[in-house]
Design a protein around this ligand. Sequence first.
Ligand SMILES: Cc1ncc(COP(=O)(O)O)c(C=O)c1O
Length: 399
Amino acid sequence: MDIKQIEDNYFMHTYKRINLVVKKAKNRFIWDRNGKKYLDFFAGISVCNVGHCNEAVIKAVKKQLDSFAHVSNLYYALPQIKLGEELVKRIFPVGGRVFLSNSGAEANECAIKVAKKWGFLNPSKKGNRYEIICFTNSFHGRTLTTLSATGQEKFHEFFKPLCDGFVFAEINNIDSVKKLLNDRTVAVMIEPIQGEGGIIPSDKVFLKDLRAFCDENNLLLIFDEIQCGVGRTGKFYAFENYDVKPDIVTLAKSLANGLPLGATIAGEKCAEAFSYGEHGSTFGGNPVSCAAALAVLKIINSKFLRTSSKTAEYLRVKLEDLKEKYSVIECIRGLGLMIGICLKVSGKDIVNYCMDRGLIINCTQETVLRLLPPLTITKKDVDFAVKILEEALKWKLTK
Ligand SMILES: Cc1ncc(COP(=O)(O)O)c(C=O)c1O
């Protein structure tokens, strides 16, 4: 069966897929249909954070599937209720509320709707507030609203007119944010570490300044932690590295370790914005996904995070060594196991080179090698990955 041909014939041409037909995956490894083994340093774009086919997650999923898969949000489902309580208590123990959806875009869509409703309830002297300050290079999803919040023109090109009410500042430039403030402004929305945009971390001072700016002007601060959350940076939330708390945080991707789930968690300031019937989703907070997420939350405890942080540190040192040796590397940036290797040249052929030698990585923004391995990788995995990366750089320099 020619899988590639069938895909090419029947699927909309949205994904330029890499030549890998996956047969199975376990923890940090993927096998293709010919039995070739790969070390996975991408985890399905930061999704399988606790490893592919994690046993505790599988057990929870199977147990839930044996009970029921779906009943609709007209009724109560225990895993969903337990997960909601757990998520809210972790960040907003007083007055917080959650909405569960299926994906990152939906989680952000909900955050934007909360902000707009809150702006309606808290108008300026000139009326309703609805404008959200976002950032260039950001990525918030592919629905038309989240696309409108995304600060990358290449994604907008054929989809105009976009939704109104999004303006763009520069990350790590508080003056560029302040300049955009007006009577319509209701919120600031940011990925604490931009993912798709090239692994660009916010500065500590900048996020603190943003928090102060939002407080001074009665704005909501929204953190999109869809790529950088759930332990990826060595803390459960990336913002814990910054000592700055948002009013709304969104999670998805790794929350259910491969099952579809999104969460929009709002603090006291805006948690009561919606009234019954103003938002909803048929599949949102699916009980099977929620059972998986409850297992994930159990696994990602402080011991787990300490171990993954140590491995991250080990990887970082090795990558800095590579940078010293190969001037083609401009910088290494990121936090924990969310790492960008910025090159002075294109990185796409390096991804292919690594793939041929059994290492899966990604390249974003043409020149940034993006590493998002499962948080369960070992030092031995790091040694293997760095060895392949070094070979790839040597090869690149001979070209
Ligand atoms: C930071 C961020 N926000 C939102 C999204 C959209 O998530 P989804 O693809 O699940 O809709 C992504 C996806 O890559 C992301 O990285």
